[in-house]
Design a protein around this ligand. Structure first.
Ligand code: AMP
Length: 204
């Protein structure tokens, strides 16, 4: 399987690049932010609880998102692999993900980090908020809190994956296609795919 953690602060372009990557490599997209917004839209108890935290730009508890990822992995057992977008965001989540994948006889292939500076992120998020209406993208204080959460709790995961020799960094500024090409280059090297993604030699 090809299992990619697409990593980067809010606004780095993870969603945009995920769409292109899933089309090219036929992967299942697992975005915990999207799943949580789905719970909110469906008016579930979990969604109601999560909404308060999300509206403040604070992370939801590890157990909640780990449980969501576990059930999505179970629902997609025969997939060619997964893109984890916005997950893991804490060390506990990263450890849990390794365990869940090991139980399914697979592992993370690599972590791809999109690097974008804080000023550019804030600009992008405010623009996105205007277009999408997402509450947490429209308020500078909330955006600042999300970036702070990222720097405190999530950025250290770079070390976690570096220790496993799985960390790769890509400049997240440029055209969408340039960034995508750079990401594909790293994936092809890490997964020995060469230029033919239909080759299925992806076991970890
Ligand atoms: P995102 O769409 O990935 O920017 O996520 C939006 C919000 O959902 C975040 O600010 C968090 O409140 C929550 N969230 C999404 N993914 C996670 C996660 N892996 N761990 C904790 N909270 C999360």
């Amino acid at each position: 399987m090809l299992n990619i953690v697409l990593f980067g602060p809010p606004g780095a372009g993870k969603g945009t690049q995920s769409e292109k990557l899933i089309a090219k490599y036929q992967l299942i997209h697992l975005s915990t932010g999207d799943i949580l917004r789905g719970e909110i839209a469906a008016g579930t108890a979990l969604g109601l609880e999560a909404k308060k935290l999300m509206d403040a730009g604070t992370l939801v508890p590890d157990g909640v998102v780990i449980g969501m990822i576990n059930s999505k992995l179970d629902q997609n057992k025969s997939s060619k692999g997964f893109i984890f977008d916005g997950f893991p965001r804490t060390a506990a989540q990263a450890r849990a993900l390794d365990k869940l994948l090991a139980d399914k006889n697979t592992a993370i292939t690599l972590m791809l980090a999109l690097e974008v500076d804080d000023e550019e992120l804030t600009k992008r998020l405010l623009l996105r908020g205007k277009a999408s209406g997402r509450a947490d993208d429209q308020n500078q204080d909330i955006i600042r809190n999300r970036i702070k959460e990222y720097n405190n709790k999530t950025a250290p995961l770079k070390n976690y994956y570096t220790e496993q020799a799985k960390f790769q960094s890509v400049q997240g500024v440029g055209t969408i296609d340039e960034i995508f090409e750079n990401l594909c280059g790293k994936i092809n090297i890490s997964s020995n795919l060469g230029s033919n993604p239909s080759h299925k030699v992806l076991d970890n």
